[in-house]
Design a protein around this ligand. Structure first.
Ligand code: GRF
Length: 210
């Protein structure tokens, strides 16, 4: 199935770029119906427009509450025919107003091996802690912060010569591969959510079809 994707961004959009590249080269069976940024100066908007992908700014500052903002986001994405949502560096926490509109259809990329180092500046948190291995996580979004079912993770080593910035760059490279891989699995119908015996929802990757 061709995924009808909406991509939410706030910044540079290198993850968006890797998604657009993967669609262009046939690795990912998806169409980006709409890119929405909460910031007018996000370079991601230009990346979208350069590929003739519709891109809009919806500033959270124009709305009185998080819910009001999320309602408008839902209306905008639905109006564009979006069925799945990818958070690609979107620096806002979504409310149930949004999540209930796309139940179990919102994926986020986070630059650490969750559940370690959730929240902002995850790469620096990991570096400052002194970990020897870090990485990134693609997960389904629930109403917590970086807490939903994990779809896949990629590890990267922390080298002796690293600083927080070089680690951030290495993780970003892994993010680009991880997000495309995760979205491809979803597009192929190879991901299911199951309740584990401990009550937690787990994302399972089913065997790739022949
Ligand atoms: C990525 O590290 C992502 O994990 C984090 O914000 C960064 C966005 O990078 N949430 P980009 O805008 O995709 O280049």
């Amino acid at each position: 199935m061709t995924l009808a994707l909406g991509v939410l961004v706030s910044g540079g959009g290198s993850n968006l770029q890797s998604i657009l590249d993967a669609i262009a080269d046939g690795t990912l069976d998806a169409r980006v119906e709409l890119v929405v940024s909460n910031r007018a100066d996000a370079y991601a908007l230009e990346r979208a427009r350069a590929r003739n992908v519709r891109a809009e700014v919806l500033s959270h500052k124009d709305f009185p509450t998080r819910e009001a903002y999320d309602e408008k986001l839902v209306e905008t994405l639905r109006g564009a025919g979006v069925e799945w949502v990818a958070l690609a560096g979107f620096m806002r926490v979504l409310t149930p107003t949004f999540l209930d509109a796309f139940p179990n259809r919102v994926l986020n990329i986070h630059p650490s091996l969750l559940p370690a180092f959730p929240g902002v500046d995850a790469q620096k948190q990991a570096f400052d802690y002194g970990v020897k291995v870090s990485g990134c996580t693609v997960h389904f979004v629930d109403s917590g912060v970086d807490s939903g079912p994990i779809l896949l993770q990629k590890t990267v080593p922390v080298e002796e010569a690293d600083d927080a910035e070089s680690l951030r760059q290495r993780i970003l490279g892994a993010e680009h591969r991880a997000f495309v891989e995760a979205l491809s699995l979803v597009a192929r119908g190879d991901v299911t959510l199951e309740r584990a015996p401990n009550g937690r929802l787990h994302a399972r990757i089913t065997r790739p079809r022949l």
